[in-house]
Write a protein that binds this ligand. Structure first.
Ligand code: FES
Ligand SMILES: [Fe+2]
Length: 349
């Protein structure tokens, strides 16, 4: 089974899903959680199982600073999951309510996203000392112009490898408006460096011929792509006036279900009309990635030996090595040492 990394942030859902007092259930890393916003507007996550008789809490409702279970009305604090009220108790029944609690993992809201911290040891979390969740660069606290999520029926590694694979595009992302002929591949040369818990494709200048979409961002438009564990890809396209950032975050839900989140941010003020079109294109693209990985599962069911070939598959090799090192460093209680070495990757795509 593929390992789920811990002591890191995972993207749960877009902020806008928590409007109007909604309670949203989600399984992440095999754990049932419920998300909501308390009366003061603060986002929270609780384990989605009532400790009384096990009914999921999302069937209940938000009651001020907590969530009330729909079955017998027990109330749990949004902030830390402590039990605040058991309506059936009569005054002389002195139960220590504070000893009853549901787990409440740390959550953060930033740039229109809700992130959850999955700890290795939840007893040891100091929520105030956690690093900030991943952020899209250069866009302040804007909400995304486009936010989509898709379930991939595969494990987290297959989803991650499918998304970072540099040479499938010519074969998978084909349609009438994009690369009609998959046989036409060109030489690509990209320079990579180790970065954080991952690697970065160094900035390349785009559209030297001055093609129109790039000119919207100003002069000298360039692009940089960063991948970091546990499954975060950030593509940052910027000109001298504006930026576009595509953030992809991969969240394991169950052994063979992985949610892939795609967020697109831009600083261009007058591009609201473009949202439906960009959302549609992003859905088509991500859908193609999902469909091919689902087809792949038909073959993987027979547990074949797989191959990682030359530069085109070097990022896949790095992903495996990064993950191994991450787990080993945790096990040995030492700092993570990035195993990636700077190099130029050459491939046809
Ligand atoms: S099952 Fe939740 S209050 Fe009884
Ligand atoms: Fe793709």
């Amino acid at each position: 089974m593929t390992a789920w990394l811990r002591d890191c942030w995972y993207l749960a859902l877009p902020s806008r899903d928590l409007r109007g007092g909604r309670l949203v259930p989600k399984v992440m890393l095999g754990e049932p959680l419920v998300f909501g916003r308390d009366a003061s507007g603060r986002v929270f996550a609780l384990r989605n199982i009532c400790p009384h008789r096990g009914i999921p809490l999302h069937h209940g409702w938000i009651d001020g600073d907590g969530v009330r279970c729909c079955y017998h009305g027990w109330k749990f604090a949004a902030a830390d999951g402590r039990c605040l009220d058991i309506p059936s108790l009569v005054p002389e029944q002195k139960l220590h309510l504070e000893r009853i609690r549901v787990a409440a993992p740390p959550v953060r809201e930033a740039q229109g996203n809700v992130w959850v911290w999955f700890a290795r040891d939840s007893a040891e979390i100091d929520a105030a000392a956690l690093p900030p969740p991943p952020l899209a660069p250069d866009i302040g606290d804007r909400a995304p112009a486009v936010a989509i999520a898709m379930d991939f029926a595969c494990n987290v590694d297959d989803a991650a490898l499918g998304l970072m694979d540099p040479t499938h595009a010519a074969f998978v992302h084909t349609s009438w408006w994009w690369r009609k002929n998959p046989k036409k591949v060109r030489l690509k040369e990209k320079s990579y460096i180790p970065y954080g818990a991952g690697f970065r494709m160094e900035r390349i200048v785009l559209g030297e011929k001055g093609s129109k979409p790039y000119r919207l961002l100003g002069r000298g438009t360039s692009s940089e792509i960063t991948f970091e564990l546990p499954g975060l890809r950030i593509e940052h396209v910027k000109g001298d006036r504006h930026s576009v950032v595509a953030l992809t975050a991969i969240t394991p839900c169950e052994a063979n279900r992985t949610e892939v989140h795609q967020r697109i941010y831009w600083t261009l003020p007058a591009l609201g009309w473009a949202r439906p079109l960009v959302r549609h294109l992003a859905r088509v693209f991500l859908g193609q990635d999902r469909d091919v990985v689902v087809k792949q599962q038909e073959g993987l069911a027979y547990k074949p030996n797989l191959m990682l070939v030359d530069d085109a598959d070097t990022q896949a090799k790095w992903y495996h090595r990064l993950k191994q090192e991450y787990l080993k460093a945790q096990e040995e209680g030492r700092p993570f040492r990035n195993p990636v070495e700077a190099r130029l990757l050459r491939y046809q795509s």
